[in-house]
Design a protein around this ligand. Structure first.
Ligand SMILES: NC(=O)C1=CN([C@@H]2O[C@H](COP(=O)(O)OP(=O)(O)OC[C@H]3O[C@@H](n4cnc5c(N)ncnc54)[C@H](OP(=O)(O)O)[C@@H]3O)[C@@H](O)[C@H]2O)C=CC1
Ligand SMILES: CC(C)(CO)C(=O)C(=O)O
Length: 311
């Protein structure tokens, strides 16, 4: 039993990337809801192979060990259930790091968790190849901070650990703004590419370009009412600049929501679109395009949840 162990709960693409990068520098335990091979391999963006044996555990059979920190790396829609399954087993005060996209579980778990909560937003890219193999598709950068502005020392120590492990990270005082900015970009890109089964770069062309512009207009008005500014420029123009920069930089990507649709998985629409629509409703702002996408993705999610018809 070691007090420094990082538990990584949610052994998918991002979870295994973090686990494999951290392993060897700090003790790591990968926690999932099903059994995975302990011997795991990471293919790096440079094409190298990093193989490690990891300590594993299942959520329902956790070891008698107090982790130094718990990284929650499930999809956004799985985060609260995963946290609930762990919470009674964790002593008070264990730090929690939320790696989810969107802005849904972060405020709720910050309130609910009995210990410090940090949020992370990252541009690292990873995808699962097999139960024992994950690809680190592209290097990125991670921002860490607490929604309530506390726990700076903890965030600093964690950022140093991640950076030393090859995942460059820094602490920020405005993680809420950073999460909303990523959400804004995801809201303008992901529902469209998922609906039309296109790569990000195709959004630059007709008929998609005006659709993106309409989404950016809705998002910009909502975020201005929420006092969330784009990183450069002002208001609508700043948001347009940000979204089109990301489209350009990720032109050949299949966005995460499209990958989820193609794989028949639930998308993160509730974490990305629902917070925007809740804010639109608070500020009495129209958001018909965002609402249309959310309705459509909810219908798809409901169909996925239905048991297959008996034949
Ligand atoms: N992948 C990436 O490059 C990036 C991802 N993100 C964000 O990180 C989050 C995770 O994404 P990603 O890794 O791609 O997703 P994955 O679907 O690859 O991984 C999610 C993992 O969580 C596990 N899980 C689900 N519920 C539980 C539970 N109750 N207890 C334990 N484990 C559970 C799943 O296990 P099972 O196999 O049993 O379903 C799966 O292994 C998302 O919010 C995503 O938006 C952000 C930036 C980059
Ligand atoms: C920025 C974008 C849209 C890049 O593909 C992304 O974060 C995603 O795929 O979810």
């Amino acid at each position: 039993m070691t007090p420094e162990t990082h538990w990584i709960v949610g052994p998918g693409a991002l979870g295994r990337l973090i686990a494999l990068r951290l392993a060897g520098r700090v003790p790591v335990r990968l926690v999932g809801r099903r059994r995975l091979p302990g011997h795991q391999t990471l293919i790096t963006p440079e094409g190298d192979t990093l193989a490690r044996s990891l300590d594993m555990a299942r959520v329902e059979a956790l070891p008698a060990e107090t982790p130094a920190v718990v990284h929650l790396t499930t999809k956004a829609h799985g985060a609260e259930a995963a946290h609930a399954a762990l919470a009674t087993r964790l002593p008070e005060g264990v730090p929690l790091v939320l790696w989810q996209n969107g802005f849904a579980c972060q405020p709720r778990l910050t309130e609910r968790h009995h210990g410090p909560v940090l949020c992370a937003t990252t541009t690292e890219g990873a995808h699962v190849q097999a139960d024992d193999r994950v690809t680190h598709a592209g290097h990125g950068h991670t921002y860490l901070g607490a929604l309530d502005g506390r726990h700076r020392e903890l965030a600093g120590a964690l950022a140093r650990t991640l950076t030393a492990a090859g995942l460059p990270a820094e602490t920020v005082d405005d993680i809420r703004v950073r999460l909303w900015r990523k959400l804004a970009v995801n809201a303008a890109i992901n529902p469209l590419v998922a609906r039309y089964t296109i790569r990000n770069g195709q959004l630059r062309d007709r008929p998609f370009r005006p659709m993106v512009e309409r989404l950016i207009t809705e998002v910009a008005a909502i975020l201005s009412a929420e006092d969330v500014a784009p990183p450069d420029g002002n208001g609508l123009e700043g948001w347009r600049q940000l979204v089109w920069q990301v489209v350009e930089a990720t032109a050949s990507n299949r966005a995460s929501m499209l990958q989820d649709v193609l794989a028949g998985r639930l998308t993160e629409h509730e974490a990305i679109l629902a917070p925007l629509l809740a804010a639109a409703s608070r500020h009495r702002l129209p958001a018909p395009c965002l609402a249309g996408h959310l309705d459509e993705l909810r219908l798809r999610a409901a169909a996925l949840a239905e048991p297959p018809a008996a034949c």
